[in-house]
Design a protein around this ligand. Structure first.
Ligand SMILES: Nc1ncnc2c1ncn2[C@@H]1O[C@H](COP(=O)(O)OP(=O)(O)OP(=O)(O)O)[C@@H](O)[C@H]1O
Length: 892
């Protein structure tokens, strides 16, 4: 409860007791009366809150009390003294101060409230009450609407039963509020259109309550529509440089549930009858395709457009309003904005809607077309009410499509936009019922929460950016693929580089080792050359000594003197000896009687050995040599002159007789007459058949008749490991066995028993032979071979002059393909059992020549060119006289 301040009572009391001009009793009475009145007033407004009682109501009451007091004073001619007057003035000042404070707090509260509403997305409701019209004043209508003098967001409606109903809105405009003041409250909402938000402002209310006045206004009092666009252009120009805006205006009308384009009503366009429909875009927004969107660049253009639309609007006269709008008028302002800095595009819409006025059909007393209009208007407003009700109750289905206007307002009422409703009321007591209905509806609308508005980015721009992003992503993917490819290629190249560098390193290592080996070989060669030189000198010395010692035997060193005719057995011509050829290429077998018997090799060798070592009384050595020979079976073609055993080495002196060469020449001539190919056959080599029937031979093809074979050379080597019983002179069977050259077979490691393998190539009728050369000596360099099979194998292929056959073969004509050619092992049969002896320098040198060259004899007529007779071979000359006894036996 609020009471009159004590100070006031006190002062009144004071006045009563002080030096007063007034009658104190009268003042007291006045005081009590005023206090009672104030109390009644306060009780009447008991709905207000305590805070308000303390501030606004209190002041009102005081004001009222003071007013009354003044009135009483005037009436009673009571003249307050000066003190009282000053007190009243100070009290007024105090009240004004409190008022200012309250207003300030109210503004702050409102700002906070607006922010809350903004966040909630509630529909804001402004209430505007028009003044009593002249007609209403004439009729003596009283205003049933009272306004809060301090707070600007509530009003009171006095009902018929005298009750006062309070309504609260976001703002309440009294009849005294101007158009400008109304727009000032609206402007912040409108401005957000430029920021890219959809905004909807619609005016609702009973017919004739001032909806059109608020939205359109008059030329002198421009309404929200005009002022909004004016503000938009003003702001757009202020934001110039940062934003660019394009503004388009459309004016639509929903009349009798039909949409009409008010800007297309020009007869020239002829589109006034065109029926427009509401469509939903891909972005979910609703729009009316085909509607005229007039671009406007200044407010003058806007005013023209608005006038055009206003003129085209359906207007009728009702009892309530002489110029009643019989349709819903919609002004659509499309704003396309671009942020120049960020490149952001927005496309926002501002709906400014002047709804048709609701009216009681009975009251307006309309008929015919007007009745239909009214029914449609009421129907659409009812649909609007249903939508609001569904939104308030948060129903799952909102009946937007029940009317054209709700369908059009779907985006504004359904969210994503900022919505403001102007609710218009009449102050007349005649309209109090409709006023209450309108205010109740507006209160419901105010409770609708739409959710926070969303910024409307231009979908076309969004699509453009989306495409750009997609293209960018594709580019990135492509570039990623290229990068991957390049990385792969780089890795490959790196790998190749690594491999190549490894190979280069390896090659460098090999080169290094080869260089070292070359240097070593060169050193060795030098050494050997020096040794050979020494040996040559020794040979020369020995030769000169031998010359002195020899008497009549040899004419010159290394060349046996021709024996006297009596001692040399005359040799019959080849044809006579062999009795001619039975067929080409196939030698006839000589009769046994004609074949001279040749002493066995063992005897010959032993004989030679005895003769050579007569002076040597060392019987132990002889025995061991004999045993050794028996055991090892030295193999030669019978020109062994001397065999000297020394430990495990046997020196053999080999002699080639000049006569052999002579015989060769003769044979060549003879065979040339008979058979051209016999020439080749005549140069056959001797074949020594070792154990396991391996065919061993030295190629002597292309033997040149000019070659002097009367050389005596001694070879130091181990005896060959040939089986003496199986050893045959292969050429003895035919004409091809005319000449047998020396062929020394040495056992490893000095000379490879595996020296030459002769093999017939089955595919070649001419008798191609494969010669495999095993040079295990060469690679050991003084070390025992790991295994004979690890020896280096070299293969040559050449055309032999004669087919060398394996022992046991029938020896058919060489033109005929051999029955079978067998590849023979080059490893000596007793190789595993032989022991290794570290070779000394001499042995090494022999070892180097262990390979038998497959070179044609003719190409190697120079002794130094042929490896077998080649330079570094250590050849100690035999001091014994050469014997030719064995030579005869060759030609048996
Ligand atoms: N605030 C106001 N101040 C002065 N005059 C007003 C005000 N509001 C309305 N009027 C006057 O009231 C009359 C009716 O107003 P208006 O035509 O705008 O009402 P309405 O709601 O649009 O009616 P209807 O729905 O029938 O079109 C007009 O002559 C107008 O000038």
């Amino acid at each position: 409860m609020v009471s009159i301040p004590r100070s006031l009572s006190h002062r009144h009391n004071g006045f009563a007791t002080g030096n007063l001009q007034l009658n104190p009793t009268h003042l007291l009475q006045l005081k009590e009366r005023y206090a009672q009145k104030a109390q009644a007033q306060i009780e009447e407004n008991s709905c207000v809150s305590d805070d308000e009682k303390k501030t606004g109501k209190l002041k009102q009451v005081i004001d009222q009390a003071l007013t009354w007091a003044e009135e009483e004073e005037e009436r009673d001619n009571i003249k307050p003294n000066q003190e009282l007057q000053s007190y009243i003035i100070s009290l007024k000042e105090e009240i004004d101060n409190l008022k200012q404070k309250l207003l300030h707090q109210s503004k702050e509260l409102k700002a906070c409230h607006n922010q809350v509403l903004e966040l909630k997305g509630s529909i804001r409701v402004f209430c505007r009450c028009r003044p009593l019209t002249p007609n209403e004043c004439k009729a003596g209508d009283n205003s049933v609407i009272e306004f809060n003098q301090v707070l600007d967001n509530e009003l009171y409606v006095r009902t018929h039963d005298g009750a006062k109903k309070t309504f609260k809105f976001d703002h309440v405009f009294t009849p005294s509020h101007t158009q400008e003041e109304v727009f000032l409250e609206t402007a912040p909402l409108v401005v957000s259109v430029l920021d890219g938000f959809n905004v909807c402002i619609f005016a609702y209310g009973q017919t004739g309550t001032g909806k059109t006045f608020t939205m359109e206004g008059t030329e002198q009092n421009r309404g929200v529509n005009y002022r909004t666009l004016e503000k938009l252009f003003q702001l757009a120009s202020q934001r110039k440089g940062q934003y660019t805006y394009e503004i388009f205006v459309s004016v639509l009308e929903v009349y009798n549930e039909e949409i009409r384009d008010l800007l297309a009503t020009s007869p020239a366009l002829g589109q006034n009858n065109k029926k427009l429909e509401i469509k939903q875009c891909a972005d979910g927004m609703h729009h009316v395709p085909g509607v005229v969107e007039e671009p406007v660049h200044n407010i003058e253009e806007v005013w023209k457009v608005l006038q055009t639309g206003s003129k085209a609007r359906a207007i009728g006269s009702t009892n309530a309003n002489k110029h009643s709008s019989r349709s819903h008028c919609l002004l659509c302002v499309m704003v396309k904005g671009e942020n120049v800095v960020s490149g952001e595009h927005t496309k926002s819409k501002l709906w400014l809607i002047d709804l048709a006025g609701s009216e009681r059909i009975g009251k307006t007393d309309v008929q015919g077309e007007r009745l239909k209009e009214a029914q449609n208007i009421n129907k659409s407003l009812s649909a609007l009410g249903d939508v609001i009700h569904s939104l308030t109750s948060k129903s799952s289905h909102i009946p937007y499509r029940n009317s054209k206007i709700t369908h059009l307002l779907q985006d504004s009422l359904g969210g994503q936009s900022k919505t403001l409703m102007f609710v218009h009321v009449s102050p007349s007591e005649q309209d109090v019922g409709e006023t209450l209905c309108t205010l109740n509806f507006a209160t419901r609308v105010r409770g609708v929460e739409l959710g926070a508005a969303r910024k409307q980015l231009d979908p076309a721009e969004l699509m453009k950016y989306k495409k750009l992003v997609e293209r960018g992503k594709e580019d990135i993917l492509k570039k990623d693929a290229i990068i991957m490819e390049l990385q792969g290629a780089t890795k490959m190249k790196e790998h190749t580089c690594k491999t190549l560098s490894a190979k280069v390193k390896e090659s460098e290592g090999l080169l290094q080792s080869e260089r070292k080996a070359r240097v070593a070989a060169e050193e060795k060669l030098k050494e050997q050359t020096t040794l050979a030189e020494k040996q040559r000198m020794t040979i020369q010395k020995l030769t000169s000594e031998l010359k002195l010692k020899q008497s009549g035997g040899l004419t010159e060193i290394g060349k046996p003197e021709k024996l006297p005719a009596a001692s040399t057995p005359s040799r019959p011509p080849l044809r006579e000896r062999f009795g001619g050829l039975t067929e080409t290429g196939k030698p006839e077998k000589l009769p046994a009687a004609l074949t001279p018997s040749r002493p066995p090799l063992r005897e010959r060798l032993l004989d030679n050995f005895d003769r050579t070592n007569q002076s040597n009384q060392n019987q132990g050595k002889k025995r061991s040599a004999e045993e050794h020979l028996q055991k090892e079976n030295i193999c030669s073609e019978g020109v062994v002159l001397h065999a000297k055993s020394h430990r495990r080495r046997v020196s053999l002196s080999v002699l080639q007789h000049q006569e052999q060469a002579a015989s060769k020449s003769g044979a060549q001539e003879e065979t040339n007459e008979e058979h051209p190919r016999s020439r080749r056959r005549g140069r056959a080599s001797m074949c020594v058949l070792p154990q396991r029937c391996s065919t061993w031979a030295f190629p002597t093809a292309s033997c040149s008749p000019n070659v002097k074979f009367t050389e005596s050379r001694t070879y130091a080597a181990d005896p060959v490991s040939l089986d003496a019983e199986k050893m045959q002179i292969h050429g003895a069977k035919g004409r091809s066995s005319m000449v047998a050259h020396h062929s020394m077979h040495f056992r490893p490691p000095y000379l490879p028993l595996s020296g030459v393998i002769v093999e017939r190539e089955p595919a070649c009728n001419e008798g191609a032979m494969r010669v495999s050369n095993f040079s295990n000596m060469n690679v050991t360099h003084g070390k025992p071979p790991q295994h004979p099979h690890q020896s280096i194998r070299r293969e040559f292929q050449y055309q032999p002059k004669r087919i060398i056959r394996q022992n046991g073969d029938k020896g058919g004509h060489h033109d005929q393909p051999p029955q079978k050619s067998r590849r023979l092992s080059g490893v000596a049969p007793d190789l595993d059992s032989c022991h290794w002896e570290l070779p000394n320098q001499r042995q090494k040198s022999i070892g180097r020549f262990s390979m038998v060259s497959p070179l044609p004899w003719g190409a190697a007529h120079s002794p130094s060119a042929h490896p077998f007779f080649g330079g570094a071979l250590r050849v100690p000359l035999s001091a014994s006289k050469p014997s030719f006894s064995g030579t005869k036996a060759w030609h048996r």
